[in-house]
Design a protein around this ligand. Sequence first.
Ligand code: C5P
Length: 308
Amino acid sequence: MTAALNSVMVRVPGKINLQLSVGPKEADGFHGLVTVFQAISIFDEVTLTRNIEGSGIAISISGDQTHGVPTDSSNLAYRAAALMCEIHSITPDLLINIKKSIPVAGGMAGGSADAAATILAVDALFTLGLSRDEMQAVASQLGSDVPFMLVGGTAVGRGRGDEVTSALSRGTYHWVLALSTVGLSTPAVYGECDRLRAGMDVVAPHANDQLLQALLAQDAVSLGKNLVNDLQSAACSLRPALRLVLDVGGEYGALGSIVSGSGPTVAFLVEDEDQALDLAVALTSSGVVGSVARAYGPVHGAKVIEFS
Ligand code: C5P
């Protein structure tokens, strides 16, 4: 007989949206999307441990991005653990530690990543043996970006962004990320997008074929030209300083510059690690960014890396 596991650690990446095309607001308050996600090499580590003291779910946060992360039931990882335990009739006595490196409220799906990691960790800890589809179904109840974080790589998201299909992508892309010290609220950015588009005829979004072709052909120059985010104007409207950040990338020869998701993280596509380093130095000395990170993608989605 196999001994029960006591603890499981899952590593999960952040994401950027290479395309984020936003349709009109639907009756449920959400917007129909077509988005192309890429998982990139900035990772959180979520560790689930059985709480033998039996006092419910408790969350602790460690790492370099702890500011503003809730440790109560509003944390998406808490909700993921509670939902998984409810569905599978497990007594929810769990300690969750989140070692955070993905920026908080940064448009990189950090909270969604932690929720996806928690779903996978509960599955492993209690040897539930769930299929990918069963985990995806739980994930989409928690948030639009959660299903992608289980899959990772490069994928097209439709519906709310939660109907995920893997996309073919060759090669590795290098990114420089300009991080802000203060996040942006996703609902506020969607609301600003609606306000800016009031009275306009907003059509249903569709996938950008040139962008998908660029990924297939490993053509970073074409990818850079085809990056598109319908939320970018709204994020810049709420945070005008983002325009200055985007300009610095252009001046230093980035292949493409884009606000990630609902922002305020700005992602710059560059040719290689050398250019990434040059741009990171330029951004740091420009004084217009909070901090700078380098990353590559695509990388794997949520993955169990340790258990005991
Ligand atoms: O699904 P998630 O909880 O990440 O969404 C956060 C907020 O972003 C929603 O409450 C909604 O305001 C907005 N949103 C949207 N349309 C989507 C996804 C998110 O309007 N497809």
